[in-house]
Design a protein around this ligand. Sequence first.
Ligand code: 5GP
Length: 189
Amino acid sequence: MKRGLLIVISGPSGVGKDTLIRRLLEVDPKLKYSVSGTTRKPRPGEKPDENYTFLTRDQFESLAEKGAFLEHATYNGHLYGTFRDRVERARDAGQDMVLKIDVQGAEQVRQLLPDAILIFVVAPTEEELKHRQEQRGSESAQDLASRRQIAEREMTYVSHYDHVVTNDDIERATGEILDLIRRARERQT
Ligand code: 5GP
């Protein structure tokens, strides 16, 4: 059986990564989302083990010490990590895994697994990104401000990625990513 692909999706906060990934999974049932662990508190409507596995800092650190994370990073004061066993098991079963991780995590994945497909999602304009961040409204003003600062820094990593996709329209951007995945699958055969 073919080993599943590893598809990494990064991009500034508010660019629409969650919506894009939801749509990708709806359209292509062969894709599976890697649910990360985090010490961040759940946002309204977020479900444990669906959006994230919510962990205390102690739990996270003890898992990290045991090597449970393929990669992990601190983002805006919280820890986030990809569960190694979730990714390995799914890929061994031939499933293509989608990871939504920040630029630090993507760098680690690039080193560990050079065959990963790294995709960076950008907004059509800076104004549009600002607008989407404000619309989300799930963060405090302080949180929003620091996420914006991080986003500016993250944008400098664009060139480290294999592909840059503009999220100007969710269906179009989903189609573009599916096309990249289709081509990677073709290369595997
Ligand atoms: P949020 O708090 O908005 O859900 O996520 C904040 C940032 O953490 C986003 O850039 C997201 O891609 C990143 N992130 C989510 N899960 C992981 C993970 O497992 N590892 C890393 N390195 N970043 C993650």
